[in-house]
Design a protein around this ligand. Structure first.
Ligand SMILES: NC(=O)c1ccc[n+]([C@@H]2O[C@H](COP(=O)([O-])OP(=O)(O)OC[C@H]3O[C@@H](n4cnc5c(N)ncnc54)[C@H](OP(=O)(O)O)[C@@H]3O)[C@@H](O)[C@H]2O)c1
Length: 441
């Protein structure tokens, strides 16, 4: 069996090989002859607008008076029409009104991994000629395993799932999709270059050796190694870096921290965080002063959209003044009438629960979706992440670029609205049923 060092070396080489496959054909300098002057206003191509973050990004772009038109690219579904899927998704996230107020977007079914993004030549050319910014948000759907994902989706009725069993090779389509977007931008005929804003993730730096990862590129991929998801995002960041270095293409990769996918006006949440936040919040004790750097998604999307104007290659999107865990979880504990216990104890209880052969797996996942997160919570060294009480991501540059990032905090009111919303959608039992549920867990 290979030693851990040898394994790390092999994995690192695999990442470099993958990167090379997508970058060797990127031209050394910008080869096009830009001929057109840009019309006033931004024309934005955004991907994955049916997802949690994507809905909020679409809403923020609609509200932004500087944005003149939006091309919203999503994958096709044989079953449900894209318009219907989008409207349902916007409704679920409480942002439909924003999009209806300024309906300046065109929904397009696309396959980013295909030539011309799977669009007609005419449409592709129109987009290439006009688009000023590309916000590449979608196409990465995380799952634990296909089986648990199906069940988690069924249990939570959302698209987001976490597949930590999915190796880097399974993200080839995503990487090809990014490469195709780079090509689209590189061959734009506009004088002002098309900007790519890439939605990366904090997982890229999840094993960064210091407590606060800087807003910088790092050539050594070891902090990302372990999950195909984070590895693929590292490769993606490096592809963009390469394109920028060799052609001057303006790019920014934004490493997004956990966002609480919820919109204040409607007390509806994203059930993924109900699984994570709901369970942990109710059961994990955080020492006073430790912090939770989650960012409310609606505000996170607003900050992200503003970052399209930044010249920084890497930015972090995380709460720079995080809420204290004990404050946030104290509210959950009080409201849900559950004890606060140390995180390790909770995780251990969760593992015991998952190992209980008397309860069918599907039922376990339905009753307690947090079991799906066991590999994730174990793998990301969540304990250190929390116990050190550090935000994990340096946000100095992000705050300089978008000062309102300082104001996007999770308040007590927000937590109360989460609980209310989760009760409304049936994720949390109503108060009277809580005692019965806890006795079953
Ligand atoms: N939410 C967070 O806390 C967080 C944190 C860090 C980074 N991020 C990043 O933010 C981005 C969006 O995340 P999210 O949580 O909003 O995810 P999400 O709710 O699952 O949405 C993902 C979007 O991508 C689309 N998509 C998924 N798989 C696809 C595929 N194979 N081909 C084409 N389109 C596909 C989905 O379309 P369907 O509707 O058809 O499934 C959806 O529009 C991701 O890149 C993620 O890495 C999110």
């Amino acid at each position: 069996m290979a030693s851990p060092d040898a394994r790390l070396k092999n994995q690192t080489q695999h990442l470099f090989d993958t990167l090379a496959r997508y970058t060797t054909t990127i031209p050394r300098k910008h080869s096009g002859v830009p001929v057109r002057n840009r019309m006033p206003g931004d024309i934005v191509l955004v991907t994955g607008t049916t997802g949690s973050f994507g809905c909020n990004i679409l809403a923020q772009l609609c509200l932004d008076p500087d944005v003149k038109w939006i091309y919203a690219l999503n994958r096709a579904s044989p079953r449900v029409d894209l318009t219907e899927r989008q409207v349902t998704a916007l409704k679920q996230r409480g942002v439909l009104d924003d999009c209806l107020r300024y309906p300046k977007y065109q929904l397009l079914e696309a396959d980013l991994s295909q030539t011309l993004l799977g669009l007609s030549t005419e449409l592709y050319t129109e987009i290439q000629n006009n688009v000023t910014h590309i916000i590449h948000n979608g196409t990465q759907k995380l799952m634990f395993t296909s089986e648990s994902a199906t069940n988690l989706n069924r249990a939570l009725d959302v698209a987001w799932t976490v597949n930590l069993a999915k190796p880097l090779d399974k993200f080839e389509d995503c990487l090809q999709g990014l490469r195709n977007l780079i090509d689209l931008a590189l061959h734009s005929p506009q004088i002002t270059r098309t900007k790519i804003l890439f939605v990366s993730t904090m997982s890229v730096v999840r094993k960064y050796p210091e407590l606060s990862a800087p807003e910088e590129h790092f050539w050594d991929p070891s902090p990302s190694i372990g999950f195909g998801y984070s590895e693929s995002k590292w490769v993606a960041e490096q592809m963009l870096h390469h394109a920028n270095q060799s052609t001057g293409l303006p790019v920014t990769s934004v490493r997004v921290s956990w966002s609480s996918l919820w919109r204040p006006k409607r007390a509806l949440g994203n059930q993924r965080h109900m699984a994570l936040g709901g369970e942990i919040s109710a059961r994990a004790e955080m020492s006073p002063g430790r912090i939770a750097p989650w960012v409310p998604t609606y505000e996170a999307a607003s900050v992200l959209c503003a970052m399209r104007h930044s010249n920084e290659p890497i930015l972090h999107l995380e709460d720079p003044n995080p809420t204290r865990w004990d404050e946030m979880f104290g509210i959950f504990a009080k409201e849900l009438n559950v004890p606060l216990i140390p995180f390790e104890d909770w995780l251990s209880l969760l593992r015991d629960y998952a190992a209980d052969t008397c309860i069918p797996k599907a039922e376990q996942r339905k009753r307690n979706p947090a079991v799906n997160l066991i590999p994730y919570l174990s793998g990301m060294d969540f304990r250190t992440y929390i116990s050190q009480g550090h935000s994990g991501l340096d946000t100095t540059k992000a705050v300089q670029e978008v000062p309102r990032l300082k104001d996007v905090q999770i308040s007590k009111e927000l937590v109360m609205k989460w609980i209310k919303g989760w009760r409304e959608v049936g994720f949390l039992p109503r108060q009277e049923a809580l005692g019965i549920l806890h006795s079953k867990l």
